[in-house]
Each structure stands twice: as C-alpha cells, then as structure tokens.
Design a protein around this ligand. Structure first.
Ligand code: HEM
Length: 468
C-alpha cells in the first residue's frame, strides 16, 4: 500500500452503489453460483451441457442488465457478511480497473491464490510485488505477447500440421470428428509445443495436472495433494532442465535469469490454459459450419496462404477470437483492491474483491448490436476491445501473455483441419445464426467429415522459416 497516497483514484464518471439484500441473493443465484458450478479450473462437463440447455448464461446477462438499470453503471457493492465484494457494470469501469492492475487492482486475489496453490503456487498470476514482476517478465519473454507471429512459429506450425493430420486421419476413418478425438490429439500437440518432443505421449503428466485442477475447483475448501503437486513440479523441472530447443520450456529456460522466476511453476499454466484453447477452436469449427459464407472466406484466406508455413491468417484468427467472445472461457476476471479507491462518487475499500463478469459485456445486447451474432470483423488485427470490454484474454498490464500466441496456434490448427476435411456440424439447430446460444457445450459437438475432393497441399510440415 502506498502510505503517501492511501487512496487511489480511478478515472471514471460513475458512482459506487450498494445492492439490496434480495438483489445480492439474485446475483449470487444467477451469476456467481452457475459460474462456480461449471468449474473455474476444470470444467464439469455435465454442468456445461446443463447451462446450454437451460440458458444459464443468458439469464446471468439479463440479471446484470437489470441491476445496471436499477443502480446505474457504477460499481455495485454486494452486502455479503465477512467479505467485501463488488461487481462491475460498465465497460468504462472494467477497462479502467484492468488498466489499473496490479496496483491498486491486484490480480492475485485470495481465491485465485488458494486455487492455483494446488498445482502452481508461484505462477505469475498468484504472485505479488517484485516476484510477480520477475515472473511476468519471464512469461512475456517466452510468449512474446506483442508479436502476432511468434519467433518460433515455423517450428510450431510443423508440430501443429503433424498432430492435426493425425486427428484428421482418425476422423476421416470414422466419418466423424468428436470432442474426444480432437482433444486427445490437441493435447499431444500441446505437450510437444510446451515441453518438447519427448513429452508428446506423456499423458500421465497432463492427467496428474487435471486431477490437481479438480481439487483446485474447490480452492481452500479442499486440502492440497502435496505429493501430487511435488511430483508434477519435479517432472516439469526435468523438462525445463532438458530444455528442448524447439519447445516453450526450452525458450523459457534460456530466458530465465533468476531462480525466483521459477519456470516449473509457470508451465502448469501453459499446459492447462491450452484446454480452453481447444474449446474455443472446436466452437470456432462449429461457427464456421453454421455460417457457410464466412467459412468460404476463411477457405479463400487459407488458399491464398498457399505453402507459407506461418501466414498471418487474419480472418481465421478473428473467427477464433469471436468464438472466445461469444463463449468466453475465462468468464470471471477477478481483482482485489490493495488500497481504497475513489470513484467520481463514493469509494471502494481496501481488500474489496471485484468481479468483471465477461459474458455480461460480451453479450450485452443493450449496448452492443452484434451481441448474439457471429461478427469476426470485431477482431481483425486485435485481441481485446477495451471500448466495449470485450476481453477474452483480459486487457492492460495483466493481459494474458499468450493473447497472440494462442490465436496463432489455433489458426494454424484450423487451417490444417479445414485443408484436409469438409466439415458439417451435426444438429445444426444448436447454432441459430440470428441468436447464438449463451453457452455452447463443446463436449457434445460432433461433425460429419469427408476428405476434400480438392485437397490443399498440407503446409508447415517442412518447418521452413517463413514469416512473410
Ligand atoms: C483460449 C486460451 C486462453 C485464454 C482465453 C486465456 C485468458 C487469460 C486470462 C483472462 C488471464 C487473466 C488475466 C487477468 O487476470 O487479467 C490469463 C492469464 C494468463 N495466461 Fe492465459 N489464456 C489462454 C491460454 C493461455 C496459454 C496457452 C498460456 C501459456 C502458453 C497462457 C498464459 C497465461 C499466463 C502466464 C497468465 C498470467 C499473466 C499474469 O499474471 O501476468 N494463457 N489468461
């Protein structure tokens, strides 16, 4: 806390309000409990399906809109015993808070630290002060969030091509692409990209991580599995020591300048955060299948990219970002104030937990015309839209350092799948183009697939550098 200026000021025109008890209970029921129910660290499949069938996300957005109409656009304090909690109701405040992180709006909130301590206690996101700065730097040096095309892109494109070919072959043999086929192949790709060639089939490692993530869903309500966590971190240390030069772990080992940066504590985040990366890719395929005119344009972009191993693929990436906008995989962006913060009217106390509920902004049809339709044009050459608080990768100094890396890898993956297969979504009625659902259960998506009659020569397999 800054002793010379104990109260920080936020640039906002809004007033802080206090919710009534019935409204607080309504927000807990409609917004917070369903979000926790789906699983913050690893999704509970049944809950995702339930949420789609019962329109839970739409209901949550309507609840937030109702609160904004009643209390105005300023932050809303919820009178919860033993806890200071606020929710954000305007894009302007959301952006100002994210711009003001990590001080006075810390990202390492109590719950986040409790949850992440199950498997990565010293990850940047759970760290504070000088440690946080060092660890953030290591992630930035590894992932290069300023570069749409990562310096190691051509090697990664080759890995993506091989693993997507394996998925396509399996799908073409059965005529169907389902989640399990896609996800198991996707994770072979992820282990190679993150840890190196030797890790390709180390499913034991990602299974162990998944077990720890299930515990982490309950944060401090479940005891830690210390031996499981130690085993995970030890195994990751070995991959860092080995430092496959063609992997992110190798790049991280080379970039590490201080043991306190703890590369092995950063890597579980890399592995697990590729799980939402898969969800968004599979949903993007469903979106393309339901919007043939966009699919045509994407295929034209891919054809134009020809043999280039690392083309920019602006439209393909925009479709991926749009999948994340429609169904954000980090619905709750959390902050905790490190000092009192003054709004235009009213103040938020130190130690207040702040919820930025991304689906509210991403689907706010009272402020944003394209809220429920597929609008990739929102994302050409950008990864966040702070003007509308469209923030699938967050925004500001804590923005996901993989905000360019993930769309790059996903666009390479979509390219390989689309270049090999014609894809049609089963049960297309789930995606009505004029009103897309609030949740899309990726686990039950299935596609009929057939080989392309005009196959495009697979790209990137030779790993030739090409960053034109
Ligand atoms: C679709 C996939 C992904 C999405 C939607 C996503 C989104 C996010 C979000 C919203 C945050 C929180 C930022 C905040 O609190 O403001 C975050 C943090 C982070 N993400 Fe991602 N992420 C994804 C994949 C990845 C991947 C694959 C990696 C690594 C290869 C990664 C690395 C990180 C790291 C290191 C942080 C912590 C940043 C910090 O504390 O400064 N993410 N991500």
């Amino acid at each position: 806390m800054d002793q010379t200026n104990p109260t920080a000021k936020i640039v906002s025109r809004h007033a802080v309000s206090r919710a009534s008890i019935p409204d607080t209970l309504a927000i807990l029921r409609d917004v917070i409990l369903p979000t926790l129910g789906k699983g913050p660290l690893v999704r509970r499949r049944k809950m995702v399906g339930y949420s789609e069938r019962h329109g839970l996300n739409d209901k949550a957005v309507r609840r937030m809109q109702k609160l904004r109409r009643k209390y105005g656009p300023g932050p809303l304090i919820l009178p919860i015993p033993f806890r200071r909690q606020a929710v954000v109701l305007s894009a302007e405040d959301a952006t100002a808070i994210l711009d003001g992180s990590p001080e006075p709006f810390a990202a390492a909130t109590l719950e986040k630290r409790a949850a992440l301590s199950h498997f990565e206690p010293d990850v940047a996101l759970a760290s504070q002060g000088e440690d946080r700065d060092k660890r953030r730097r290591l992630n930035v040096d590894t992932l290069e969030p300023q570069c749409p095309v990562h310096p190691m892109a051509s090697g990664f494109a080759a890995i993506v091509a091989e693993e997507m070919e394996a998925i396509s072959n399996k799908a073409l043999a059965s005529g169907t692409l389902d989640w399990d086929t896609f996800f198991s192949g996707w994770y072979r790709m992820v282990r190679r990209i993150v840890l190196g060639r030797e890790a390709r089939d180390d499913a034991e490692l990602t299974d162990l991580l998944e077990k720890l993530r299930y515990r982490a869903n309950y944060a401090f309500l479940r005891p830690k599995d210390h031996s499981g966590r130690d085993a995970l971190l030890k195994r990751l240390s070995r991959y860092v020591e080995h430092g496959d030069p063609e992997s992110l772990a190798g790049r991280m080992a080379r970039a590490c300048t201080d043991p306190e940066q703890k590369p092995h504590h950063q890597l579980p985040q890399y592995l697990f955060a590729f799980d939402p990366g898969a969800m968004a890719s599979f949903r993007a395929l469903a979106l393309l299948s339901a919007h043939p005119h966009v699919e045509r344009d994407v295929r034209a972009e891919l054809a134009q990219a020809g043999q280039s191993s690392t083309p920019p693929l602006d439209l393909t990436r925009a479709c991926y970002l749009e999948s994340l906008r429609l169904w954000p995989t980090t619905p709750a962006i959390l902050r905790e104030t490190t000092q009192p913060v003054q709004w235009a009217e009213g103040q938020i106390d130190r130690g207040t937990h702040i919820l930025i509920y991304a689906p509210f902004f991403h689907r706010d049809d009272e402020t944003f015309e394209q809220a429920h339709v597929f609008a990739p044009e929102l994302w050409i050459n950008r990864v966040s839209r702070p003007d509308l608080a469209l923030v699938p990768f967050s925004h500001g100094p804590v923005i996901c350092p993989a905000a360019q890396f993930v769309p790059m890898i996903a666009s390479f993956a979509l390219r390989e799948l689309l270049n090999r297969m014609v894809i049609a979504l089963h049960d297309a009625s789930r995606l009505r183009p004029d009103r897309l659902p609030g949740t899309l259960d990726n686990y039950t998506l299935r596609f009929s697939v057939a080989g392309r009659t005009d196959p495009v020569e697979p790209s990137g397999k030779n790993g030739m550098p090409d960053v034109s």
